[in-house]
Design a protein. Structure first.
Length: 208
């Protein structure tokens, strides 16, 4: 999935260089004349901060290898959305939420995984139904003015540890973040089923 993501980034006309944050001990597994590799950190934010040290451009795009179906067109579109608004600090790929969203009274114990059989113990109750007309599911790539992201990553350690994306940190620092609609194919590989679907879609793309 890392290689698929890198291949898409290399085809984006706006991308000048690529830096990959790898798990400790795997830095030498990747390499290339246009590819920098750094050791990742204990958290997402630390991994981004480590990679950011190798960035010398005014703009930086953050992308998860877990979204291997990213396209050069999407990268360029998010960049254009940001550069088209001089007051914005960043822009993110995002998809409009299609499901009806319920907020539960208690936090769930796990993120998205194949659901186990329901045990019937301590079911959570619905606290509210949210207006999905204003809801977007944040994705990557996320593009920022490099200085704005550096300043956001200099925040409190607790906030950095809890952040699930970079836009969350930039927003907390007072930055304005724009939304660029993403295609349905920009899915995230979280489960074995996602991986099978991504493989099928990539095979179709290669056959075109």
């Amino acid at each position: 999935m890392v290689e698929w993501s890198i291949a898409a980034m290399r085809l984006a006309a706006c991308v000048r260089s690529i830096v990959v944050a790898c798990p400790p001990g795997h830095v030498h597994d990747l390499g290339g004349h246009d590819l920098g590799v750094v050791e990742g950190g204990a958290t997402r934010s630390q991994s981004v901060a480590n990679a950011l040290e190798a960035v010398g451009t005014e703009l930086v795009a953050i992308h998860d290898a877990a979204r291997p179906l990213v396209t050069p067109e999407l990268v360029e579109g998010v960049v254009a959305t940001l550069t088209g608004d001089p007051e914005a600090a960043g822009a993110i790929a995002a998809a409009p939420v299609a499901d009806t969203i319920k907020r539960a009274a208690t936090a769930r114990a796990d993120s998205r995984k194949d659901c186990p059989p329901y045990s019937g113990d301590n079911p959570s109750a619905v606290e509210a139904t949210l207006d999905r007309g204003r809801l977007w599911a944040a994705q990557t790539p996320q593009v920022f003015w490099t200085q704005a992201l550096r300043e956001a990553l200099a925040g409190a350690p607790e906030a950095l540890a809890a952040a699930t994306d970079e836009a969350m940190l930039v927003e907390a620092a007072g930055g304005r973040v724009l939304i660029h609609p993403a295609p349905l194919q920009n899915l995230k590989v979280t489960t074995p089923l996602d991986l099978r679907l991504a493989g099928l879609l990539l095979a179709e793309r290669s056959a075109e």
